[in-house]
Design a protein. Structure first.
Lengths: 118, 111
């Protein structure tokens, strides 16, 4: 079974702190994603990566950065945490798209990190 | 912007009843997926239906896709209390693995 792990289930940080959220997958997937989930807003894509050292902005990248130095690890960084970044953060991975680029394969999610910024 | 929109937002039924959730989307897709999320946890993939398929089954799940109406439905038959969760549809935007998730239907199955 695919396993996606996230470094913390719950995290409490103070405004202005630098926050690192780590995600590791064990299935050699090319694609990795970071989402945040808020009530009434659903899942919103922050950043994603198709390959090592490669990253692309999602829908809400402001205030975040990412790092992918190894294929299995994708880190989300909050450079200076703010209270509006209090949220559930979900990491996901998926294999390369179907042959010919038609369609999107299943995404496998980690358990989530509930971050509270005080 | 969110492409998939689920309807209803919340659904409460008794154990043994069937639950139907709907998803509408705006642009052409290659496939549509349904995911489940238990409270406070990550999402779990349930089923994927491709644009050239009309219906797909997996255990007690039945998914239909109508590309002319840009809509899909998820039917859970003989529901159980353990089916209580939020259910999301997700559509792909373009090649490369990106999905757009709807805001979900919160299903409550009462024993």
């Amino acid at each position: 079974d695919v396993k996606v792990t996230q470094s913390s289930r719950y995290l409490v940080k103070r405004t202005g702190e630098k926050v690192f959220l780590e995600c590791v997958q064990d299935m050699d997937h090319e694609n990795m994603f970071w989402y945040r989930q808020d009530p009434g807003l659903g899942l919103r894509l922050i950043y994603f990566s198709y390959d090592v050292k490669m990253k692309e902005k999602g829908d809400i990248p402001e205030g975040y950065s990412v790092s992918r130095e190894k294929k299995e690890r994708f880190s989300l960084i909050l450079e200076s945490a703010s209270t509006n970044q209090t949220s559930m953060y979900l990491c996901a991975s998926s294999p390369l798209g179907l042959a010919g680029g038609r369609g999107t394969d299943t995404q496998y999610f980690g358990p989530g990190t509930r971050l509270t910024v005080l | 912007s969110q492409q998939g929109e689920e309807d209803p937002q919340a659904l409460s039924i008794q154990e043994g009843e069937n639950a139907t959730m709907n998803c509408s989307y705006k642009t052409s897709i290659n496939n549509l997926q349904w995911y489940r999320q238990n409270s406070g946890r990550g999402l779990v993939h349930l089923i994927l239906i491709r644009s050239n398929e009309r219906e797909k089954h997996s255990g007690r799940l039945r998914v239909t896709l109508d590309t002319s109406k840009k809509s899909s439905s998820l039917l859970i038959t003989a529901s159980r209390a353990a089916d209580t969760a939020s259910y999301f549809c997700a559509t792909d935007r373009w090649r490369g693995g990106k999905l757009i998730f709807g805001q979900g239907t919160e299903l409550s199955v009462k024993p």
